[in-house]
Write a protein that binds this ligand. Structure first.
Ligand SMILES: Cc1cc2nc3c(=O)[nH]c(=O)nc-3n(C[C@H](O)[C@H](O)[C@H](O)COP(=O)(O)OP(=O)(O)OC[C@H]3O[C@@H](n4cnc5c(N)ncnc54)[C@H](O)[C@@H]3O)c2cc1C
Length: 416
């Protein structure tokens, strides 16, 4: 029986651990927190996952919360008319549409999912070690396993994996992130029975994402500001009190996005750990880490490709990475997991991930005219809105109409 060590129990590490376990591998999973600590800890993400990523969970029959989590049927884009927040009557919407997703999306609070998956892994006989691994631990343990995978997210172990400058155009955070989980949010009045991710853009200032989720206390909604650093939304870093975090979130909504604020006047935090603030630089890394004694480890998901959450792709990518690595491990049979195999395994994942990185990095920059044209056309032509929305499930489609001005014009002309 081949032995695999997985360090880090997030979306990718747990999905891989459960997948390998079901294929008969002897899996040891190292986590720096227990299931109870994760469940009662701070929120970590907004974790909206689209159909392809959700299907990987269904394939492993670990979609335990699918029937309880709200079904997100669409993805909407609303753009505030530039400067209009300073006008009497508040901000107006220059663009406002919602695209329909071909398969629904869902967000299950990672506190619920990771705690539940970790317990399942242990109940099925997996070796669970609660320990915050250092490089020296990996050096000690790695030789006892056929393969060591590092799926520790954006934690300190990333220092083992060198930054790939050619694939990382930004060397500093591009957004300040501020998340609040709330109960009591009303529906968008124009679609009272239709759950959607709402992407609200305030040009030159940042974005507010609003989406339903399943959290530790049932259905809730998430208010997620992405602020351009140094701008008016970049005010959460010094806020330590969760009530102040929510009050600040709402004040900014009232100022910049009154249509979202209008349905948020009665909200309250789901729990004292229902807020999160932070920032990080989007980074692609060399996928192979070399231990002091010469052993090799393979990085997984955020360890090797961490994009800004502006496009809500990290958990999706973690699921896709875990599925891709699982297939590569099983296909390898009894052959050694050597450097060539590690490189080929990452390259196979990068073939998908590169589209996510390209699109996400593009969305962080001010939109060029042809992108504004596409977003504007979403309000006039439903197929354009639908195509943009479904790009969140498969960002490779953006290659066909989004980056190149001529391709965008040709696509829009076909609707004119
Ligand atoms: C504010 C915000 C909003 C987001 N919204 C979305 C979204 O809507 N959709 C989406 O798809 N993605 C979203 N993401 C991204 C997504 O959450 C991550 O990309 C995804 O969780 C990455 O999965 P992972 O398995 O690589 O790492 P993680 O989920 O980060 O898991 C890593 C695990 O390893 C553990 N760990 C760390 N160091 C060690 C160590 N030394 N030893 C042992 N364990 C360790 C950590 O505690 C953690 O449990 C968002 C991220 C943020 C910050």
């Amino acid at each position: 029986m081949r032995k695999v060590l997985i360090v880090g129990a997030g979306q990718s590490g747990l999905q891989l651990a459960l997948g390998l376990q079901s294929q008969g591998y002897a899996v040891t999973l190292m986590s720096n927190r227990t299931a109870d600590e994760i469940r009662s800890g701070r929120v970590m993400s907004t974790q909206c996952m689209f159909d392809t990523a959700l299907q990987h969970e269904r394939d492993l029959a670990v979609n335990f919360w699918e029937s309880q989590a709200p079904r997100i049927e669409g993805l909407g884009v609303s753009v505030a008319a530039p400067g209009s927040h300073a006008e009497p009557g508040g901000s107006q919407r220059a663009i406002d549409w919602v695209g329909t997703l071909e398969g629904y999306a869902q967000s299950v609070d990672q506190r619920v999912k990771m705690a539940g998956w970790m317990e399942t892994f242990a109940q099925r006989g997996g070796q669970l070690v609660i320990h915050g691994a250092a490089v020296s631990d990996l050096d000690f343990f790695a030789g006892r396993y056929d393969l060591t995978l590092v799926s520790a997210g954006k934690g300190e172990l990333v220092s083992m994996f060198g930054r790939d400058a050619a694939r990382s155009p930004y060397d500093a955070p591009q957004r300040a992130l501020a998340v609040a989980y709330v109960h009591g949010l009303g529906p968008r009045p124009e679609h009272p029975h239709f759950d959607a991710v709402r992407c609200n853009v305030v040009p030159g200032v940042g974005e507010l994402f609003v989406m339903p989720t399943l959290t530790t206390s049932g259905r809730a909604d998430i208010l997620f500001w992405e602020g351009i650093p140094g701008g008016p939304l970049d005010v959460f870093q010094s806020v330590k009190d969760p009530d102040e975090h929510l009050a600040t979130t709402l004040e900014l909504m009232e100022k910049f996005l009154p249509w979202e604020y209008a349905r948020a006047t009665k909200v309250e935090l789901t729990d004292a750990n229902g807020t999160l603030a932070g920032r990080y630089a989007p980074t692609v890394r060399n996928p192979i880490g070399r231990l002091p004694s010469g052993g090799l480890v393979l990085g997984v998901a955020d360890v090797v490709v961490a994009n800004d959450p502006i496009t809500g792709q990290g958990s999706n990518s973690a699921s896709k990475c875990a599925a891709s690595y699982l297939a590569a491990i099983v296909e390898r049979g009894e052959e050694p997991f050597d450097e060539d195999w590690m490189r080929a395994t990452f390259d196979r994942y990068w073939d998908t991930a590169r589209h996510v990185t390209k699109w996400t990095n593009a969305m962080l920059a001010p939109p060029p005219e042809h992108v504004l044209d596409i977003l504007g056309a979403g309000g006039r032509f439903q197929p354009v809105a639908d195509r943009f929305a479904n790009g969140f499930d498969d960002p490779s489609d953006f290659e066909n109409f989004f980056y190149d001005p001529d391709a965008a014009r040709a696509y829009l002309a076909s609707h004119g």
